[in-house]
Design a protein around this ligand. Structure first.
Ligand SMILES: [Mn+2]
Length: 270
């Protein structure tokens, strides 16, 4: 294999400092090709825009590098690239560096993780990378996207070396605030937000509802093997994920439903 061809995208939009750092860092080990959204799609999950046309154009990053942008969602970026807009099929898809962690149950909201899922779904190894900005959104210490990108590049080299073995896996990388204590390979943790609903009235007298909440700030005890614990404890977390959401522990116990839900007389009252 020559230099690996690496599709780079994100969900914060192409002008995000995380994308800038990531593209630059990955160019050390391969040929990065950027197709990113033209705006912020955070928490877009695996959105697929199919109710309106998608556009594709060129743009420049703050360092002058030419990249490609679209009005589509993060996962659309990967599909567009795979369906002919990229010059060739990528060896690796990398999404990030996201502004804020994507750990625990939150990975299902994430546009960053969704872009990597799109790669994994197509049989291409993929990495999603996110940086903890803390509850204040990165005030102190200032977020180090270069460090997060450098760690990702090391992970990317390892993923590429694994080849087909990781073709349907996405590697979810989360980088803590400050200088990491080390690296932990983890499983997915649980819920990290305490959900809250704020009610109010807008200036025109109409009720509004605002979904909000607070993120966990201390590592959950008894869950030392999770991504949530690792990142909140100051470690880089690496979690292998796949798209098989099947609940295997209960699969066999539900098997009898094949008989119990009698389709033959389904029109009859129970
Ligand atoms: Mn984001």
């Amino acid at each position: 294999m020559g230099r690996p061809f690496i599709l780079v995208t994100n969900d914060d939009g192409y002008l995000s400092p995380g994308l800038l750092a990531l593209r630059k860092s990955l160019s050390v080990i391969g040929e990065p090709w950027v197709l990113a959204p033209d705006r912020n799609w955070s928490a877009a999950s695996r959105t697929r825009v199919f109710h309106k046309p998608l556009r594709f154009s060129s743009a420049r990053l703050p360092d002058g590098e030419e990249v490609h942008v679209t009005n589509g969602a993060p996962s659309d970026c990967v599909l567009l690239a795979l369906l002919g807009l990229a010059p060739r099929r990528p060896d690796l898809v990398v999404a990030g560096v996201n502004m804020g962690v994507n750990i625990g149950h939150d990975v299902t909201y994430s546009g960053t993780v969704a872009a990597a899922m799109e790669g994994a779904s197509a049989g291409i190894p993929a990495i999603a990378v996110s940086l903890d900005l803390g509850p204040e959104g990165g005030a102190e210490p200032s977020p180090d996207y270069e460090m997060a990108a450098a760690i990702t590049t090391r992970v990317a080299r390892l993923v590429l070396a694994k080849g087909k073995a990781l073709a349907r896996t996405l590697i979810n990388v989360n980088v803590p605030r400050g200088v990491p204590k080390g690296v932990r390979v983890t499983r997915l943790g649980g819920k990290i937000w305490s959900d809250d609903l704020v009610r109010g009235q807008d200036p025109r007298g109409r009720d509004y509802y605002w979904l909000t909440g607070e993120m966990l700030t201390s590592p959950p005890q008894g869950e030392e093997d999770t991504d949530v614990w690792a990142v909140l404890s100051g470690y880089v977390s690496i979690t292998p994920l796949h798209l098989d959401l099947t609940a295997y522990p209960v699969l066999e116990s539900l098997r009898r439903w094949e008989e119990e839900i009698r389709i033959g007389d389904a029109a009859q009252p129970l």
